[in-house]
Design a protein around this ligand. Sequence first.
Ligand SMILES: [Zn+2]
Length: 247
Amino acid sequence: MDADFERLIELQELDIEIRKVLSLLNAIPAQVESIDRKIETAAQTLGRARDRLAQNQKKRRDLEGEVKDVKAQISKYKLQLNQVKTNREYQSLLKEIDEHQQNIDRLEEEIIGELLNADQIEADIHAAVERDREDQSRFDQEKAALAREKEYWEGQVRELEARRKQILPQIPAEQTALYERISLRMGGQALSPVTDDFCTLCHMRIRPQMLSELIEKNEILLCENCGRILYWVKKKDEAEKDASGRL
Ligand SMILES: [Zn+2]
């Protein structure tokens, strides 16, 4: 069969390009996800700091409530001081009052500690909010850039596939079938240029008989080593440029 090498080569170039663009497209959702994860992590950090502040405020309210209760108890004892009959009772009340007062001192120290904690937590929240604002605008930009990139590559795929559809009917069906079969087996490279007397992709030397058939006749010959469709290229450097561009 007469081989339409020009079309087959273009088909391979298109397929390689389509695969490349599809792999770029496939990588985009993961990139978007990784940005979303960073946004989520930042939100969680901020959320945790806010929770800590709420807990701190509740703790302070509880401690202040306790102080109030103890103070009320002390007031009661002080009233009782006027009514006691014996010195022993009087001393015992004073001792109670003293113990309660110590309790208040301890609670107030604890409140001061919590106030200092609150300052630190508020500073953390402020820093997180600040950081969030900067990050958010950067993340937005990154996501917008990815969306543009996606749109661009989708356009490229549509164009490449349209061109593929255009040239397919121009290639004899059995050659397309052979091409597809070898392409599947050889990682998408069904064609290999022959330069000097080597198969460029597997570096196998082509027998002189086969080589002259390849040069003289326009027919499909497969590399005896790698099984790819061979095509003749006149200049070595041109062939290498060709092949490396498609790898
Ligand atoms: Zn080969």
